[in-house]
Design a protein around this ligand. Structure first.
Ligand SMILES: CC(C)(COP(=O)(O)OP(=O)(O)OC[C@H]1O[C@@H](n2cnc3c(N)ncnc32)[C@H](O)[C@@H]1OP(=O)(O)O)[C@@H](O)C(=O)NCCC(=O)NCCS
Length: 244
């Protein structure tokens, strides 16, 4: 009974999130369905400390589906992995309910942490194709991670993060102006360089304006001096004429 309910739930989840599905039975063809079902079994084996068999099942699933879920990961209800190829979910990852992952997503470690090394993903989070979430921090619920992003630090709930390194571009569905863009505490050398170049460019433009206006002043003084020379020459010529 439990297994039939599980399959019905999977059918509902996949039909809700993949517009490409035409028939409920197509669910059995989805790598997501196969990988998550096998993960649930592998996770039970892992929790009973049958580590070898848990890893064996998990590695067999990688060969069949291209999705690698470590049996030690903790995954809530309603996970959907669209397409799936190249997805990697690390051992200490925690995934909430109704999360969607696309192909090429890595929920991994940075190699610098010990213990909990992988991220915690909140409920209803969507992580787009090719995105990498690396380290032991939380992606807040209802957040979206853009395709190809590399997220290295905590993300608050209801945010959209894009880019490398990932930065918040939207929070609570409101776009964040670029100047106030939250760097989520990550250094962004490109943005810093562009900002400093913009400032320098503005300063140089003002200096050129000053030089041009000084040049105009000098030119008008020179014109006046020429006019005076011309008048003096005229006066001298008239004096000469009177004397003669
Ligand atoms: C991030 C995403 C989910 C959109 O989220 P959203 O909250 O609706 O955000 P918006 O579309 O309003 O985009 C906000 C800003 O981020 C930019 N942006 C969106 N996705 C981006 C990405 N992957 N990389 C870089 N910038 C991105 C937008 O151009 C926009 O910039 P602007 O403010 O200068 O106009 C979506 O763009 C995305 O990446 N989807 C990929 C889904 C996927 O993996 N599909 C594969 C199917 S096979």
């Amino acid at each position: 009974m439990g297994f039939i309910k599980y399959i019905k739930d999977e059918m509902r989840i996949i039909k809700e999130r993949d517009p490409a599905i035409r028939n409920s039975f197509e669910v059995f063809l989805y790598p997501s369905f196969k990988a998550i079902l096998r993960y649930r079994i592998a996770n039970k084996l892992y929790r009973k400390k049958h580590y070898f068999f848990a890893r064996w099942l998990s590695q067999r699933t990688v060969r069949k589906t291209g999705i690698e879920i470590h049996p030690g990961a903790t995954i809530g209800k309603g996970l959907f992995i669209d397409h799936g190829n190249g997805v990697v979910i690390g051992e200490t990852t925690i995934i909430g309910d109704n999360v969607t992952l696309y192909q090429g997503v890595t929920l991994g470690g940075t190699g610098k942490e010990k213990g909990k090394r992988h991220p915690t993903i909140g409920n209803n989070v969507m992580i787009s194709a090719g995105a990498k979430v690396l380290g032991s921090f939380t992606i807040g619920e209802n957040s979206k991670i853009g395709a190809g992003s590399v997220v290295l630090s905590e993300v608050p709930a209801n945010s959209t993060v894009v880019g490398v390194p990932g930065r918040i571009v939207k929070r609570d569905n409101v776009k964040i102006p670029r100047e106030d863009m939250d760097q989520i505490h990550l250094p962004d050398p490109y943005l810093a360089d562009v900002t400093s170049l913009k400032k320098e460019n503005e300063y140089l433009k003002n200096e050129i304006k000053k030089v041009c206006s000084r040049f105009e002043e000098i030119k008008s003084t020179c014109d006046k001096l020429d006019e005076l020379d011309r008048l003096l020459a005229e006066l001298k010529r008239q004096e000469k004429n009177q004397v003669s």
